[in-house]
Design a protein around this ligand. Sequence first.
Ligand code: PXP
Length: 245
Amino acid sequence: MALTISKKLGINIDHVATLRQARLGEEPSVLEAALEAEQGGADSITVHLREDRRHIQDADVFELMEKIYVPLNLEMSVSPEILKIAIKVRPEKACLVPEKRKELTTEGGLDLFSKRNSLIRTIDALSAEKVEVSLFIDPVEKQVREAARLGAYAVEIHTGSYANAAGKKKEREFFRVREAARLGQELGLRVHAGHGLNYENIFPLLAISEVLEFNIGHSIISRAVFVGLAKAVQEMKKIIISGKG
Ligand code: PXP
């Protein structure tokens, strides 16, 4: 009997911290959000410690690492300051992303051919601490090949262009994600996907067997406003496991 491994769901809870920072107070609690997401079936919790600290704060990362049960995935740039913190926290996973001060959210994948020294230093330092390093890249062949050459553990394929496209263009973007995922697996990388995914556009991606994990934030936190976070996560988890809404 063939063994099917179900895809994993990582929940990005940055938006909970965005709401808290709007009043610079204590609520809503990022830790409580992580624990609720776990109850709903989250396989990992993602937070992005941005250089400008616009949402997640250093203390959140340390507290989550200590108190959550599922692996912590720390999203981060290759800045030496953030690397120092990551080394202290030693999360199970880290996802390296490009970061721009003025962006509303991460706008695209890393270009693995620029900032090479910082990139290599960050990958090596984290890997030495047994952190599984994934590189957030666009679905582009040369980026996938470079991720493997750099010794990354995983790639997270940026699905933003797929999510934002419509009609024929969406189909083309889907094929780009699928080709990148296939190549990644062929090269021995673990393949994740994320950005802009929601309760509808995720369905076609479920057919890409090479994608082992989805990382989703905005759509789930938005749904949580109406149904609660555990239920919002549960609904997405059900889709991922059963292929049905
Ligand atoms: N993966 C990465 C690398 C991201 O930067 C983000 C956004 O923070 C996500 C996944 C989640 O994207 P969304 O909030 O659009 O679901």
